[in-house]
Design a protein around this ligand. Structure first.
Ligand SMILES: Nc1ncnc2c1ncn2[C@@H]1O[C@H](COP(=O)(O)OP(=O)(O)OP(=O)(O)O)[C@@H](O)[C@H]1O
Ligand SMILES: [Mg+2]
Length: 455
């Protein structure tokens, strides 16, 4: 009887019957050249096979000559696992990834930030196609393949120098996860070696709090009141970004720069509204630091006020976090109208229209039934009814996200806020935060890829 991986009934049978017993030996990988359940930082691979070296291995310039293999349950749709595979290959600098649920086998090749599907067949066809698979990822043929130069470039920063990109995180619906996304996306991008500036332009100052800048307990110790984002907008010829920024110190490793906000932004709005130039001051001030940062992330208020306008005027890209529930959806036409109106003003200034990266599913329940039946429908609605692109990454509802934001430290008698990004929290605590940290890393990869595509 021919080998039929379609008969695999669950994920571990896909792993044992298809990958361990059939594919790895057929492709020439001896047991000392592959490893199962490889954990590298926050990444957990099902299988990693090496063409050019034996276990124990190092991931270095030779690692492109290796293959990641991921096994999924036969009921899983492989499309849903591509973003994560992309994250594995791009962060580990591995050239090929095989993804299978037994019913289908796909092989992806890593490009700079993206993946390209280079082979696909059904489980039934695997025996007849094995030579084709061998040509791509067989141990012998991989050893002979030259590593393209672009796979060896480790630090994406070198190519993006002098082309700072600004991303606004905006939705007029409150509480959909804008701040959580803004701070942790900034942390994930920073961790990948980008220089990042995070701007808080919401009077609630949640990003300012979340990055550890509100350490004072009493009004008289408030050192943000006279030096915050308002002061950037208030004047054209002084109060530049380097004068206002704070270092996020313990929030993330590496640290990042933050333009803080303040509750007094509410009362200051009237003053700014009268100054027409205040709407473009963030643009001109950002221009002066364009050599200092790769990426600027702006957290915005849940409204259509002047501050939201300033943020969208300055941004190249827009991410719209949404829990995909009815109220958030019903706000989407308002977001679109607002963007259209902003684009009119941008045209007057000869600034191209804002590019919508997409609606980002955020605070999404991890309930299996919900994910199987409701979530796919909620996702479809975004494009079908609201005609907006949906991002591939998903930020799930994880209590650890508020936990890491609400860490405290006690000094003497007093307790001070000591928030952490989920990325740093995962490194330090190493338990329940890893899943969530990984979701932000996947989001960061998608953001980097989308910015490349638009170049
Ligand atoms: N993915 C998530 N999982 C669990 N809790 C989350 C998640 N995202 C946000 N939250 C929690 O939901 C609440 C609102 O989140 P957040 O402040 O990020 O939303 P927001 O859109 O910035 O709100 P606002 O419109 O008021 O600025 C916070 O308590 C936050 O900790
Ligand atoms: Mg917020």
């Amino acid at each position: 009887m021919p080998f039929n991986p379609e008969l695999c009934r669950n994920e571990s049978e896909v792993e044992s019957k298809l990958i361990v017993q059939y594919l790895l030996p057929q492709l020439g990988y001896t047991p000392d050249t592959w490893h199962q359940e490889v954990i590298l930082g926050s990444i957990r691979l099902d299988f990693l096979a090496f063409a050019a070296q034996v276990v124990p291995f190092v991931l270095d310039a030779n690692s492109p000559l290796s293959v990641v293999m991921e096994a999924k349950h036969p009921k899983q749709n492989l499309n849903n696992h591509v973003p994560r595979l992309r994250h594995y290959l791009t962060s580990l600098n591995v050239r090929y990834g095989l993804l299978t649920n037994g019913k289908e086998i796909r092989i992806y090749e890593k490009l700079q930030y993206d993946l390209q599907l280079v082979f696909q067949c059904s489980g039934k066809e695997v025996e007849t196609k094995i030579e084709e698979i061998k040509d791509l990822i067989g141990r012998d043929s991989l050893t002979k393949k030259e590593v393209p130069l672009n796979l060896l470039i480790e630090n994406p920063k070198t190519e993006r120098q002098n082309s700072m990109k600004t991303i606004a995180v905006y939705h007029n619906k409150g509480g959909v996860g804008k701040t959580t996304v803004a701070v942790n996306l900034a942390a994930a991008l920073r961790k990948k070696g980008n220089t990042v500036l995070l701007i808080d332009i919401d009077s609630q100052a949640n990003t300012t709090f979340a990055t550890g800048l509100i350490k004072f307990q009493f009004d008289e110790d408030d050192d943000l009141r006279d030096k915050n984002v308002y002061h950037l907008l208030e004047a054209g010829d002084f109060n530049f970004i380097p004068d206002i920024i704070r270092n996020s110190h313990y929030f993330n490793n590496p640290e990042l720069d933050v333009v803080p906000s303040h509750i007094t932004l509410i009362e200051s709005q009237d003053k700014l509204t009268k100054i027409l130039a205040s709407r473009s001051r963030l643009i001109t001030k950002l221009k002066r630091v364009e050599k200092d940062y790769d990426i600027v992330i702006i957290d915005t208020p849940p409204s259509r006020d002047l501050y939201a306008e300033v943020a969208l005027m300055a941004a190249d890209y827009l991410i719209i976090p949404s829990d995909l529930k009815p109220f958030a959806n019903q706000g989407l036409p308002t977001v679109k109208n607002f963007v259209a109106q902003i684009n009119e003003s941008r045209e007057v200034m000869n600034k191209p229209s804002i590019k919508i990266m997409g609606v980002l599913a955020s605070k999404i329940s991890t309930n299996a039934k919900f994910l199987q039946y409701t979530f796919p429908k909620q996702r479809d609605v975004i494009l079908e009814r609201y005609n907006l692109p949906l991002m591939e990454a998903v930020i799930y509802d994880r209590t650890v996200l508020s936990e890491c934001m609400n860490q405290t430290i006690t000094i003497g008698e007093l307790e001070y806020p000591d928030p952490k990004s989920v990325i740093k929290y995962a490194e330090e605590v190493k338990t329940n935060a890893q899943q969530s940290a990984m979701e932000f890393e996947v989001l960061a990869d998608e953001v980097l890829k989308k910015m490349e595509v638009y170049e």
